[in-house]
Design a protein around this ligand. Structure first.
Ligand SMILES: [Zn+2]
Length: 351
């Protein structure tokens, strides 16, 4: 990534500007298909993210260059998305087509003005930049951008002298604690639950694909997605217990463990009560491809009744078969814990 010349800040907080936020979802997050809008210049990308600003912000917009970074402030105290500028264009016709009024015909304040100063964007990334901390670093006494803003020279210099470059400043700020960004987790959870319909499972989580922040978001989202899929009940015994504060007892277990690089995929997950999570992770129990519980036998030793009573029983599974534990993970769990040294098919092939 080349160093951006400028950083721009765009307010579109869901709380304050519902209409603006929906435009952000429509034309930035979902993207626009250039083939349906002849007004859009030709780009290499099949889908392009588009944003616009009102005439009052024209002078900041005019200083925008290809490669600059635009941060979107979409929730209280947080920039949640970053994008790279491809180019800009004054295009009122496109603006009128893209951003039609919301709220049953009532024109949202900003839209009445029109957003003719168009910005074409690429490389939309989820970030979690705490606005207060970021603004403090640029010497700005506010926690939200009131309007489309360019980070001016003296503020940029503060970042460069502290971090060495704007890129590094953004990178450092992106690594904030995610306790502040439950929305990112909710989005990721939804995505995890829906991607099982189209994406085949991968045994291992790709390490290079995610930043540290994204990994933490995925990890929290994995827990939420698994608990949701299993209705907060243990897949082995069905227990559904809550703390006095209302937190579920069940935990989201990885079938092929995280320590082995196992992926944060709902199909690599099981909701288990604490006892059955412990038993599963330590190899007292495993699961067949047909989702039946197998309990380990130790000759000469009596197994726990709380386990043996489930031997051969079926797991309580999520409603959607797309969310069921996948064989590629189940096999690895059996292999790891010695339930399956060589599979039957393999031993037949070998003989
Ligand atoms: Zn249980």
């Amino acid at each position: 990534m080349p160093e951006p010349k400028n950083i721009f800040l765009a307010p579109c907080s869901r709380e304050q500007k519902e209409g603006t936020y929906r435009h952000f979802q429509d034309t930035v997050l979902n993207g626009v298909d250039p083939s349906t809008y002849p007004e859009i210049p030709e780009f290499e990308d099949d889908e392009i993210a588009v944003w616009g600003v009102v005439s009052g912000n024209q002078s900041a917009w005019e200083q925008m260059d290809s490669g600059d970074v635009l941060l979107f402030y979409t929730k209280r105290k947080s920039y949640t998305h970053a994008a790279t500028v491809l180019t800009t264009q004054e295009n009122d016709t496109l603006a009128q087509k893209l951003w039609t009024p919301y709220d049953e015909g009532r024109r949202v304040e900003d839209i009445t003005e029109g957003w003719p100063y168009i910005i074409y964007l690429t490389n939309i990334k989820r970030v979690d930049i705490h606005s207060e901390a970021f603004h403090e670093d640029i010497g700005w006494q506010t926690f939200y951008p009131q309007s489309f803003t360019r980070v001016i020279e003296e503020r940029k210099e503060r970042l460069v002298s502290k971090y060495g470059s704007l890129t590094e400043a953004l990178r450092q700020h992106t690594q904030n604690d995610l306790g502040e960004a439950p929305e990112a987790i909710t989005e990721e959870t939804e995505q995890m639950l829906s991607e099982t319909e189209r994406e085949p499972p991968e045994l291992m989580e790709s390490e290079t694909e995610y930043t540290e922040t994204q990994r933490r978001v995925r990890s929290s989202a994995f827990r939420e997605a698994v608990l949701k899929a299993y209705d907060e009940s243990c897949a082995v015994c069905g227990a559904q217990r809550y703390s006095p504060a209302g937190n579920p007892e069940v935990e989201a277990a990885h079938i092929y463990p995280k320590s082995e690089g196992g992926s944060d995929d709902v199909r690599n997950g099981l909701a288990l009560c604490k006892f059955h999570h412990w038993a599963f992770d330590n190899g007292w129990i495993s699961i067949t491809d047909e989702h039946e519980i197998i309990v380990r036998e130790k000759p000469g030793e009596e197994a726990y009744d709380e386990l043996t009573s489930f031997d051969g029983k079926s797991l309580s599974l999520p409603e959607k078969s797309d969310h069921h534990p996948h064989q590629i993970f189940l096999r690895e769990h059996r292999r790891l814990h010695g339930f399956e040294e060589v599979s039957l098919e393999e031993s037949i092939d070998a003989s």
